[in-house]
Design a protein around this ligand. Structure first.
Ligand code: KIV
Ligand code: NA
Length: 262
């Protein structure tokens, strides 16, 4: 099965197939996730928090995003790979945004970028798309604007949310993430735009869903939002494995003969 292309990803909205998207930040996890057969893998700037341990997504640099996107790009054979443009790599004018998104496409094997914004970023989206760079937009809760929003909150401005998604589509975005948006508004947006809507905390009527892989696997350190469903408890699995290893090293049970050389 060849790698999914941007047009194939978009076309799934027409056929009514739900799109499954998950983040990944390194080679091993990207291989494991890709082998499961999902439509897209996002190298999210959430890596600032879940990999680097920062309290928000602002600190991660473009070079660091590229470093992780390279690892994921090397691993993935089937899914479309999308890379977040970090703050403020697309806020300094269209030329700079093209230069930075261009680096992501040139230096990694990933196929598309994502940026936070709708109507306010329409010009930048259009410039990137004109340069041949596929762009996923991200409206609703925009974590890079955490200081302006005064925290992570559900976004309820129906007119603004609709206007943002419509503007993103008009500017040429191939899809749009809807983050922390009431289900009814997400449904209205999904009906109104022809591009796929990918929800996170946006209800079941989006064209697809995205989650952070650490949350899905149950290895998140700290706060887990309401919109997350942990499908595994890897934290317990890891804890069990590591404490048993520790105990066996202490008791001499490990290594056994089969782990040693004559
Ligand atoms: O950075 C990220 O992981 C994201 C998604 C969860 C949408 O932007
Ligand atoms: Na992000």
């Amino acid at each position: 099965m060849p790698q999914l292309t941007v047009p194939q990803f978009v076309a799934k909205k027409k056929t009514g197939e739900k799109l499954t998207v998950l983040t990944a930040y390194d080679y091993t996890m990207a291989r494991l996730v890709d082998a499961c057969g999902i439509e897209a893998i996002l190298v999210g700037d959430s890596l600032s928090m879940v990999v680097q341990g920062h309290t928000n997504t602002l600190p991660v640099s473009l070079d660091e995003m590229i470093y992780h996107a390279e690892m994921v790009g090397r691993a993935v054979e089937h899914a479309l790979v999308i890379v977040d443009m970090p703050f403020p790599s697309y806020h300094l004018g269209a030329a700079k945004a093209i230069e930075n998104a261009g680096r992501i496409l040139k230096e990694t094997r990933c196929q598309a970028v994502k940026l936070e914004g709708g109507a306010d970023q329409a010009e930048t989206i259009r410039a990137l798309v004109t340069a041949g760079i596929p762009v996923m937009a991200h409206v609703g809760l925009r974590p890079q604007s955490v200081h302006q929003m005064g925290g992570y909150r559900v976004q309820r401005d129906r007119q603004q949310l609709l206007a943002d998604a419509i503007a993103a589509e008009a500017a040429g975005a191939f899809a749009v993430v809807l983050e922390c948006v009431p289900s009814e508004i997400a449904r209205a947006i999904s009906e109104r735009v022809a591009i796929p809507t990918i929800g996170i905390g946006a209800g079941t009527d989006c064209d697809g869903q995205v989650l952070v892989v650490n949350d899905v696997l149950g290895i998140t350190c700290g706060y887990v939002p309401r919109f997350v469903k942990p499908y595994a408890d890897l934290k317990s699995v890891i804890s069990q494995a590591v404490t048993t290893y520790r105990d066996e090293v202490r008791s001499g049970a490990f290594p056994a003969e089969e782990h040693a050389y004559d």
